[in-house]
Design a protein around this ligand. Structure first.
Ligand code: HEM
Length: 542
């Protein structure tokens, strides 16, 4: 260090007093002085120098490059709401070298989720995270127009007929899991304390593989597949999002697992092509034979990578949602009882049992539907949706701060971020926005009903995967909006509804922690912390 300092000293003129200081003091001066100088200059630049009035205001930060990473990462919603107070619906923050412009509220959501492909790109924002996990050639590792067609192929695999076949399969998996894996059955102690998130993660992958992913994946879940999934999942973290390539073991394990999992799906496809017919009409079967508009068929590799993408897309989103929903139910015995009564009234048999739930029945369960909607309102699994800005975006005057003379421009090279969770929790839009109130969704005249109306029945647009309601200006967007809107929504609702119904029919629940679990924002998907609950078997198992 001293040699380096001496070299530096020869190049930078230093005062006489510095040269006579003892070496250790000189080191301490540099170690403390240099960062102080950098921080000081950064603060001075922000508070004393005039800023470009055409650019959105930048969130005040001390450390250049690192910016507001800690403030945002610790609790994104606290960050968004506090910044909105200070800067309005549009502001830029520094996130480890990236300049991220947050556009809040329905107008902000529209700006980023409804943006043109010439202006915003999801591929450029996400490919470094997703391609090493999903594999090449699909989703964000191909032109947007191909992704739109892939989404169309996925949708064509989720027909009403396919969805109708899922509830009985999901129910069987639930029965097996609760009775045998968790061991809550009449012959054993009929009550058990469990980590809900862990249990739901297991149940979601079991049920998704039994239905969408197919028999072969389900059969391998107890063996090699589970380990591959774990390693691949370890490559889908905020660290991977920030730093695509680090020389860490988890990155290596991710790459090995990606190759192995891709080969695993390839083998399934090959076997089926050779005449293996013992499988349901699952997604693999549906994707085989799909062709792009130009006549080029999906390759086996493409199918394998789409299957991995679907596995990853549905896993944490649905396990977090089911966990949050069940936590609220455990926290509210009255709501739990009302859901039980909904089941009894609609599907109860005189002998105390229930008839099996069908896909059509799910639509009849209004309170259940409202419970899932409300869960997604308060706990949208994805708190930040990023796009890379590909060409300057002029901001409509309604989003620029009223005090500013000029309208803002979000420059090429920035990221633009939507945070639909902010409008979903906005006290100006939702009455008692912080209170879990499923019944708000049953009130036709309520503000929530108007929001969902805007989301699901607004202008219909076909981005290339069938007509969907545009919904980019809705204050309720748990499944996103615009061209990147989720295509797994119906599957997720079927899966979540069937699992929750099974639990409500057969068990009572109790929170086993002193207060309602807080939120962990350090994972890609918003999850509950320490979600301990107990399940107790109702008198009669059904
Ligand atoms: C896209 C949420 C379940 C497949 C999205 C987006 C959101 C979302 C917010 C938009 C992302 C963006 O704009 O960048 C959810 C939630 C789920 C869920 C809350 C469950 C509660 C699923 C499931 C699947 C799935 C089960 C697969 C079966 C997809 C796909 C996309 C997507 C393929 C399109 C990505 C794109 O076009 O860029 N999801 N999702 N999702 N989701 Fe889901």
């Amino acid at each position: 260090i001293l040699t380096q300092l001496d070299l530096l000293q020869q190049q930078i003129p230093v005062p006489q007093w510095y040269s006579v200081l003892p070496a250790p003091i000189r080191v301490v001066l540099w170690v403390i002085g240099l960062p102080t100088l950098i921080i000081g200059l950064n603060v001075f630049r922000q508070v004393a120098l005039p800023r470009n009035k055409n650019l959105p205001p930048v969130v005040f930060h001390y450390i250049p490059w690192f910016g507001s990473a800690a403030y945002y990462g610790e609790d994104p919603y606290k960050f968004f709401f506090e910044c909105r107070e200070k800067y309005g619906d549009l502001f830029t923050f520094i996130l480890m070298g990236r300049r991220v412009t947050v556009a809040l509220g329905p107008k902000g959501n529209n700006l980023s989720l409804g943006g043109k492909t010439s202006q915003v790109s999801a591929e450029d924002a996400y490919t470094h995270l997703t391609t090493p996990v999903f594999g090449k050639g699909v989703v964000y590792d191909c032109p947007n127009e191909m992704l739109m067609q892939q989404k169309k192929f996925i949708k064509s695999g989720l027909t009403t007929e396919a969805l109708q076949s899922y509830p009985p399969l999901i129910r069987d998996e639930c029965q097996e899991y609760f009775a045998n894996t968790l061991g809550i059955n009449p012959s054993r102690p009929s009550s058990k304390k469990v980590d809900l998130l862990h249990a739901m993660a297991e149940l979601i992958i079991l049920t998704a593989s039994r239905t969408l992913q197919g028999k072969e994946v389900r059969e391998s879940l107890n063996g090699s597949f589970a380990k591959l999934f774990e390693d691949l999942d370890g490559g889908f973290t905020p660290l991977n999002f920030m730093f695509p390539n680090l020389p860490l073991p988890s990155y290596k394990r991710r790459d090995v697992a990606q190759k192995a999992m891709s080969d695993f799906y390839m083998k399934i496809i090959e076997n089926r092509r050779k005449g293996e017919t013992d499988h349901e009409h699952d997604m693999i079967a549906s994707l085989q034979g799909c062709k792009y508009r130009n006549g080029v068929p999906l390759t086996d590799r493409d199918i394998s990578h789409i299957m991995i993408a679907l596995l990853m897309a549905g896993q944490h989103t649905s396990s977090a949602t089911s966990s949050w929903a069940l936590l609220h139910l455990a926290d509210s015995p009255e709501l739990y009882e009302s859901l039980y009564q909904e089941q009894r009234t609609k599907f109860g048999n005189p002998d105390g049992t229930f008839r099996d739930l069908t896909y059509e029945d799910i639509k009849e369960c209004k309170l259940l539907d409202a419970t899932i909607r409300e869960t997604l309102r308060m706990h949208a699994p994805i708190h930040s949706i990023y796009r890379k800005v590909m060409s300057d975006i002029p901001v409509p005057p309604s989003l620029s701060a009223p005090s500013e003379q000029a309208s803002y421009v979000i420059p090429k090279g920035h990221y633009i971020m939507a945070a639909p969770g902010v409008s979903q929790m906005d006290p100006l839009i939702w009455q008692d926005s912080k209170v879990f109130t499923p019944t708000r969704w049953l009130d036709e005249a309520g503000v929530a009903a108007a929001a969902v109306e805007q989301y699901s029945k607004s202008e219909q647009v076909d981005y290339g995967f069938g007509a969907v309601s545009k919904g980019t200006e809705s204050p309720y967007q748990p499944f996103g909006a615009g061209r990147h809107r989720c295509v797994g929504e119906q599957f997720a609702y079927t899966q979540l509804s069937t699992i929750i119904t099974y639990i409500v029919r057969n068990y009572t629940m109790k929170l086993e922690v002193p207060e309602f679990p807080k939120t962990n924002y350090r994972t890609m998907i918003v999850q509950p912390m320490n979600p301990l609950v107990s399940f107790t078997l109702r008198k009669q198992e059904v």
